[in-house]
Design a binder for this molecule. Structure first.
Ligand SMILES: N=CN[C@@H](CCC(=O)O)C(=O)O
Ligand SMILES: [Zn+2]
Length: 412
């Protein structure tokens, strides 16, 4: 039997199927229907409209949600939720004055997580990771990208990607896997970068391709991590296996990395805390989605992505969590949306567009999710009774979600 939601206070992000992203001024428009109905048939959105056009209710399982808002689930296009243990001590070290860079230089940071991961069994890693996935689904995430990058050995990277594969098989939301072998140089390759890149290209990539474990390829393009030239080698190698690039870039420094990513047809460039006018010009003429990660800026006290400047230049922008043990131990997209409004001065319309339709573009799931569109998956957030959706970023510390629906079924 079909389900119909009636008396929906606001039905948000109502789009035609041809809209796959919004840029510049378009981002300030969030199409919505007030006092709406929404029909779900099996796992899909069948129809919607205003209550005055509501069909006869006899044929439906009717859910009256007066006073509540429905929006598409969040799309989190950048996470590292498969990791082992935590980095709580580094959090305290930062409070006591050490910087992210100083901690990394002392063998902490990514290498610390890599050590833990390589000591952890695949089964245990799966158990830890699935808890995080279940938590973020309850917080309204209905599609997610997950990266490797805490293995940094052939076995460690494969272990992470196999865990992501199991998550894909066992959970109903769209999941994309990204191979991030180029996340940091292991200690033994510190003085011999090309040998580690050879390992990635000649050992890791062929095995990953053989088991079909990745959808994308990533690298941490940053001063002290992977140079532009090294990242180009990685992107080129990935391309041979059909892996499109999604690159960590401009987190701490701008070294013309964005230009290289755009030249290689990257699907997205992520972080962008430091952005130059030249970077904006390069992005303007591209199909590469810029992705901001405001929870990371919040947690490690670095600048926020200059969203206003980018949107006013006509660019699109997506938002994601960056959920990881070092810079962002949170996968809460509601907090990301609120922080984008509060700290990056994005309007609620822009922030919701960035966390749904544009985020879906950043991980190639626009056909399935990211808007309320006939034929798309019934992946929905149903709020508690609220004044308007503006309350979501306004009450940034409250949980305003009453229910999450994935493929037409309520998440328990
Ligand atoms: N910046 C690179 N990678 C992760 C953090 C890695 C870590 O510190 O574990 C990020 O996106 O913030
Ligand atoms: Zn990241």
């Amino acid at each position: 039997m079909r389900t119909i939601f009636i008396n929906i206070k606001e039905l948000l992000q109502v789009r035609e199927p041809n809209v796959t992203k919004v840029s510049g001024k378009e981002m300030s428009v969030l199409p919505k229907i007030d006092n709406a109905f929404l029909i779900i048939k099996e796992d899909r959105i069948e129809d919607f409209g205003t209550m005055k056009d509501c069909p006869d209710l006899n044929d439906f399982n009717v859910i009256d949600i007066e006073g509540k808002v429905i929006l598409p689930t969040w799309v989190d296009s950048h996470t590292h939720i498969v990791y082992a243990g935590n980095r709580i001590q580094e959090f305290v070290d930062r409070i006591n004055g050490l910087s992210y860079e100083e901690i990394a230089n002392r063998g902490g940071g990514i290498l610390n997580s890599a050590k833990r991961l390589n000591e952890t069994s695949e089964e245990e890693l799966y158990e830890q990771s699935k808890k995080r996935l279940e938590e973020v689904i309850k917080q309204g995430t209905g599609a997610i990208e997950i990266k490797s990058g805490y293995g940094l050995t052939v076995e460690g990277e494969l272990k992470m990607l196999r865990v992501i594969k199991r998550l894909k098989e066992n959970y109903a939301i769209p999941i994309k896997a990204t191979f991030l072998g180029a996340h940091a140089f292991p200690t033994q390759f510190k003085e011999n970068h090309s040998a580690y890149i050879d390992l990635i290209i000649n050992e890791m990539l062929p095995k990953i391709a053989e088991e079909n474990l990745a959808d994308y390829i990533d690298a941490f393009l940053e001063t002290g991590y992977f140079s532009v030239e090294e990242t180009v080698r990685i992107m080129e190698a990935g391309k041979k296996y059909g892996l499109i690039a999604k690159i960590h870039v401009n987190q701490f420094t701008a070294i013309e990395g964005i230009k290289a990513c755009v030249n290689y047809g990257a699907r997205s460039v992520d972080h962008l805390e430091i952005v130059t006018d030249e970077d904006i010009e390069v992005l303007k003429n591209s199909e590469t989605m810029p992705v901001a990660l405001p929870s990371c800026s919040y947690f490690i006290s670095i600048p926020y992505t200059p969203a206003r400047k980018m949107i006013e230049a006509g660019l699109p922008l997506a938002l994601a969590t960056d959920y990881n043990p070092g810079t962002t131990p949170s996968g809460n997209m509601n907090f990301v949306v609120a922080t984008a409004c509060i700290k990056m001065k994005m309007t609620p319309e822009e922030a919701v567009n960035a966390a749904t339709i544009n985020a879906a573009f950043a991980m190639d799931v626009s056909k399935e999710v990211g808007s309320i569109t006939k034929g798309k998956k019934a992946n929905l957030i149903i709020t508690k009774p609220i004044h308007s959706y503006y309350q979501i970023p306004y009450e940034f510390g409250s949980n305003l979600i009453e229910d999450v629906m994935i493929n037409g079924e309520f998440v328990k």
